[in-house]
Design a protein around this ligand. Structure first.
Ligand code: NAD
Length: 483
C-alpha cells in the first residue's frame, strides 16, 4: 500500500495546511485499497500558487525567475526530467496498471511510454516555435502566460498531466497540478522526478484532493493566469464558469463520442476487428478518442456485426497484472455501474445486443469488470448513440449514403476524432494495409469531401491531410486529444 501524505510545494515536500482527511486509491482489479493520498484544501492551493508565482517572477532582478530563464536551460531540465521518468518507466507502468486497471503490458507501453515521449516531443516543438515574429513594423513576442493551474482526469493519468506540464514548463510558465483523485499515484512519482531533475523551487507544484475543493479553489484563484482542464463536460463547464470571474484563460478538453466510418470498399475482415478491440476497447473504452460509434453501409451491417461480435467475444478480460489479459476492469465501481446502466438503456431502447451485456464476465465477480459489448441497429435517437459511455461498449449504426454517415458522425455534441476506414494498399500506417485509417479528423469536423478526398488520395497525401486536420482542430476546438 502506497501512502502519499505530503504535497510538493515550493521545491519541498510539505504537510497539508489543514486536515481535510485522506482519499483511498482502489485497485479496480481486486477492489482492495492500494494507495492513499491526503485531501488538500483551498489553503494548500494558496501556498502552491504563491510558490508558483514567486518562481515565475523571480526576485525582481532582471533575468531572474523561470519565465526569464533561457529556453535552452528550460529544455535541458525537461530532458533531465524525461531521463528521470525513463529510469522509472517499469515502476510507472505497474503503478498505473494497478490504480487504473489497464493491462500491465499496455500500461508500460502507453501509460508510461507515451508521456515520456511527450516530454521529448515538447523539447523538439519548443525549438520550432517562432518566439519572435516581425509583422510589418511590429514585433510580436510570445511570452509565457504565467501561473498555470492544471486539472487532469484519471484515464491516462500521467499522459494527461504531461500534455499540460511539459509545454507549460517549456514555454516558461510555472504550474500547480491537481491530478485526478481516482488514479493519482503517478503524479507523486512525477514530482519526485522533477525534484531529481533539478528544476528550481516552485516551478512545479503538486496538490492532491477533490475537484469541488481543490480544483475549484484553483479555478477561482486570482493569481492563477490560466486553467488547463481535461475531464468531463460537466466539470469543465463548472471550471469555465468559475474562472470567468477573474478573466483568466481557460483551455478545456472534454468528453468524446467519436465515429468510425466504414466505407463500402473497406476490407471488413481487416478493419472491423481492430476497430472494435483497439479503436473502441483500448483502456476498457475509457479513452476520450475511443471510436465508439461504428457507422457501416446498411447492406454490410450483417457481416460487420458478425465480425464485431466475434472480436468482442474473443477479448480476454481479466485483472490488469495477470499475463494474457487484454481488457482490464473499469476504474471504479461507480464507472462500472454507470456503464452497465448504459447497456441496460440500450437494451430498453430496442438496440440489438450482439455481444456482452450488463452482467459481470464469467468468473469475475470481484473487480469492476464489464463484458465487452456490441450493439447493432442503433439509431440516432438512442441514448447510447449520443452520450459518452466510457466503457467497452460499441454501437453499430447503419447508414445509406456517405452524406448520412457524415451527418451522423457530426450529430453528437462532442467527438474527439472521426476515423474512416477504406482500402489503402501499402499505407504509411503501422496497421495492416486494408484497415489504415484514411482520415483522422476532429470535433464535429467530418465532411463528405474529406472522406471522398481520403478515398482518392495517395497514402502520403492522406497522412498529410490527417496531420493538418489534427493541427487545426487543436486550435479551434475544445478538444485537442492526441490520436
Ligand atoms: P472529471 O470531470 O470527473 O474529473 C476530471 C478532473 O476534474 C479531476 O481532477 C477532478 O477532480 C476535477 N474536477 C471534478 N469536478 C471539478 C470541479 N467542480 N471543479 C474543478 N475540478 C473538478 O472527469 P474524469 O472522470 O476524471 O475523466 C473522464 C472524462 O475526461 C471523460 O469525459 C473523458 O472523455 C474526458 N477526457 C477528455 C480528454 C480530452 O482530451 N478531450 C482526455 C481524457 C479524458
Amino acid at each position: 500500500m502506497i501512502d502519499r501524505d505530503q504535497f510538493f510545494i515550493g521545491g519541498t515536500w510539505v504537510d497539508p495546511v489543514g486536515d481535510a482527511g485522506t482519499i483511498d486509491v482502489v485497485d479496480p482489479s481486486t477492489e482492495q485499497v492500494c494507495g492513499r493520498i491526503r485531501s488538500g484544501s483551498a489553503a494548500d492551493v494558496d501556498a502552491a500558487v504563491a510558490a508558483a508565482r514567486r518562481a515565475f517572477d523571480g526576485d525582481g532582478t532582471p533575468g531572474s525567475g523561470w519565465a526569464a530563464t533561457p529556453l535552452d536551460d528550460r529544455l535541458a531540465l525537461l530532458g533531465a526530467l524525461a531521463d528521470a521518468l525513463d529510469e522509472r518507466a517499469d515502476e510507472l507502468g505497474t503503478l498505473i496498471a494497478t490504480e487504473l486497471g489497464m493491462p500491465a503490458m499496455l500500461a508500460r507501453m502507453i501509460q508510461a511510454g507515451m508521456p515520456i515521449a511527450n516530454v521529448r516531443a515538447q523539447i523538439d516543438l519548443a525549438r520550432q516555435v517562432q518566439w519572435e515574429t516581425t509583422v510589418g513594423n511590429s514585433l510580436v513576442v510570445r511570452e509565457p502566460v504565467g501561473v498555470v493551474a492544471a486539472i487532469t482526469p484519471w484515464n491516462y493519468p500521467l499522459h494527461q498531466v504531461m500534455c499540460k506540464v511539459a509545454p507549460a514548463l517549456a514555454a516558461g510558465c510555472t504550474v500547480v497540478l491537481k491530478p485526478s483523485e481516482v488514479a493519482p499515484l503517478s503524479a507523486w512519482v512525477l514530482a519526485e522526478a522533477i525534484e531529481a531533475a533539478g528544476f528550481p523551487a516552485g516551478v512545479f507544484n503538486l496538490v492532491g484532493g477533490t475537484g469541488p475543493v481543490v480544483g475549484e479553489a484553483m479555478a477561482v484563484h486570482p493569481d492563477v493566469d490560466m486553467v488547463s482542464f481535461t475531464g468531463s463536460t460537466r466539470a469543465g463547464t463548472r471550471v469555465a464558469e468559475l474562472a470567468a470571474a477573474t478573466v483568466k484563460r481557460v483551455a478545456l478538453e472534454l468528453g468524446g463520442k467519436s465515429a468510425n466510418i466504414i466505407l463500402d470498399d473497406a476490407d471488413l475482415d481487416r478493419c472491423v476487428p481492430p476497430g472494435v478491440t483497439m479503436g473502441c476497447y483500448l483502456n476498457s473504452g475509457q479513452t476520450c478518442t475511443a471510436l465508439t460509434r461504428m457507422l457501416v453501409p446498411r447492406h454490410l451491417q450483417d457481416r460487420v456485426v458478425e465480425l464485431a461480435a466475434a472480436a468482442a467475444d474473443g477479448v480476454q478480460v481479466g485483472p490488469a497484472l495477470e499475463p494474457g489479459t487484454q481488457l482490464g476492469p473499469l476504474v471504479s465501481a461507480a464507472q462500472r455501474d454507470r456503464v452497465r446502466g448504459y447497456i441496460n438503456a440500450g437494451i430498453d431502447a430496442g438496440a440489438r445486443l450482439v455481444a456482452g451485456g450488463p452482467d459481470a464476465p464469467d468468473g469475475l465477480d470481484t473487480g469492476f469488470f464489464v463484458r465487452p459489448t456490441v450493439f447493432a441497429d442503433v439509431t440516432t435517437d438512442m441514448t447510447i448513440a449520443n452520450e459518452e459511455i466510457f466503457g467497452p461498449v460499441l454501437v453499430i449504426m447503419p447508414y445509406d449514403t456517405v452524406d448520412e454517415a457524415v451527418a451522423i458522425a457530426n450529430s453528437t455534441p462532442t467527438a474527439c476524432r472521426v476515423g474512416c476506414s477504406r482500402l489503402i494498399p501499402n499505407g504509411p500506417w503501422p496497421w495492416p494495409d486494408a484497415c489504415a485509417p484514411a482520415a483522422w479528423t476532429s470535433t464535429a469536423a467530418a465532411s463528405t469531401s474529406s472522406l471522398r478526398s481520403a478515398a482518392t488520395s495517395s497514402p502520403a497525401s492522406v497522412a498529410r491531410m490527417a496531420c493538418g486536420a489534427s493541427r487545426s482542430s487543436a486550435r479551434s476546438s475544445p478538444c485537442s486529444c492526441p490520436a
